[in-house]
Design a protein around this ligand. Structure first.
Ligand SMILES: Nc1ncnc2c1ncn2[C@@H]1O[C@H](COP(=O)(O)OP(=O)(O)OP(=O)(O)O)[C@@H](O)[C@H]1O
Ligand SMILES: [Mg+2]
Length: 389
């Protein structure tokens, strides 16, 4: 079982996936738009292409003849994936999953209309005028997001009529791809949000769930995540049921990060990644028998996963750059290295820019330790590290 894997996207999540694959002797070609990306540093080979360019994708697939194509990001010409599947290549978790989730419209209509999952009330708009109408229909406050974007790009909240044209222009600027269209969602007044890592398996083996991960978002990116999140049994069952339905509809085997909002009125499906989730980096704190990258790999390779066990409570806190630099360096690492039950990853990104995620702090403790305490330790440790240019 030496399989050849093309990894599309070579960031920190891809890097941990490659390390997991290396540990069991698989071959990985890491792809991204720039050289020396984190996952390339640990892969067998690499390619530098624009992954939104279908012809460039075709040429590396033809060159490497992989068994698997594993997307690590959304911004890929995913329409090509259906062809690769026809050629006998396994697209992870499936061409449909990757293609549907690169556009918010496809996944939202599947979840809300086809599967009947509870989501925020929503409309679409292709112009400032349509946005005005859509806002009138869903009501204020509401959240505007480009259909094609991630990490909060182009996303804003409308509270008054004056915000509408600003929100449209901001969304157009933050849009990727050829479509300029937005989704307008009613603002969900959630008390917390979770990621439910969900693993689908081949050969009729059951879908498995990791303990729910809580997280806090700022500027569209997560700042801290913790596992397990505090959630009632009823809400957890509701979330698991929705996650099972939506992952089944998308098909294939692999790990998905399914995002939910928890409110007093129940659980809302938000969106999902058909691949390891950034908030799931908390599993690198040895919270589980297998981390999210190992689970993704095992599911892909059809290696049966008997169970996912929670071994420890854990938290992660991100290390963000503050400046543009072609030679970023860290100071204060020795301050955190000596802390008990604390670990860290530095991603090896060759350059930095403000708010770019450069590393992560990982803390853990026993299953009896309050999760807030462990999260606070991760946050405090992150403050001891500085990233310089
Ligand atoms: N309808 C909503 N009501 C309230 N908050 C929202 C709503 N939609 C999004 N948010 C907030 O914004 C965050 C980012 O939204 P979302 O996950 O849809 O965007 P994204 O750009 O795909 O982010 P990422 O790629 O980082 O997951 C959510 O985690 C949540 O905190
Ligand atoms: Mg999200």
């Amino acid at each position: 079982m030496n399989k050849k894997i093309i990894l599309l996207g070579s960031g920190e999540l891809g890097k941990e996936f490659v390390i997991a694959a290396q540990r069991i002797g698989q071959t990985v070609i890491a792809v991204d738009s720039y050289e020396n990306a984190p996952a390339m540093q640990v892969a067998h080979g690499f390619e530098v292409i624009n992954m939104l360019d279908g012809a460039a994708l075709d040429s590396i697939v033809a060159k490497h003849q992989p068994d698997f194509i594993v997307p690590e990001i959304e911004a890929i010409r995913t329409e090509r994936f259906y062809d690769y599947e026809k050629q006998g290549i396994t697209v992870v978790p499936s061409a449909k999953a990757a293609n549907f989730t690169m556009n918010r419209k496809a996944i939202r209509d599947l979840a809300a209309k086809e599967l009947g999952l509870r989501t925020a009330n929503y409309r679409y708009a292709t112009s400032a005028d349509e946005l005005q109408k859509a806002v009138a229909e869903v009501g204020m406050p509401c959240v505007v997001k480009p259909l094609m974007s991630s990490s909060g790009k182009g996303q804003s909240t409308i509270k008054t009529d004056e915000d509408i044209s600003k929100a449209w222009n901001y969304a157009v600027e933050g849009s990727r791809g050829d479509v300029v269209e937005v989704i307008v969602e009613a603002f969900v007044n959630f008390h917390s949000e979770i990621t439910l890592l969900t693993v689908t398996q081949n050969n009729d083996l059951p879908t498995l769930f990791c303990a729910p991960i809580g997280h806090r978002q700022e500027r569209g990116d997560y700042q801290e995540s913790w596992q397990p999140a505090r959630i009632s049994d009823a809400a957890l069952f509701e979330a698991q049921d929705m996650a099972e339905k939506v992952t089944e509809a998308l098909g294939g085997a692999g790990l998905f990060g399914v995002e939910f909002f928890l409110t007093d009125e129940g659980v809302y499906f938000s969106e999902l990644s058909p691949r390891p989730h950034d908030t799931g980096m908390v599993t690198l704190a040895n919270t589980q028998n297998f981390n999210e990258f190992e689970l993704h790999l095992r599911a892909i390779l059809s290696l049966p996963i008997a169970e996912i066990t929670q071994e420890k409570n854990g938290a992660s806190a991100v290390l963000l750059a503050t400046e543009n630099s072609a030679n970023p360096t860290f100071s204060g690492i020795e301050n955190i290295a000596g802390l008990p039950k604390t670990d860290f990853r530095l991603f090896g990104k060759p350059t930095s820019r403000p708010y770019r995620r450069m590393g992560v702090i990982l803390t853990n403790d026993s299953l009896e330790t309050p999760i807030e305490e462990i999260t606070e330790r991760a946050k405090e440790a992150a403050k001891l590290v500085t990233i310089h240019s």
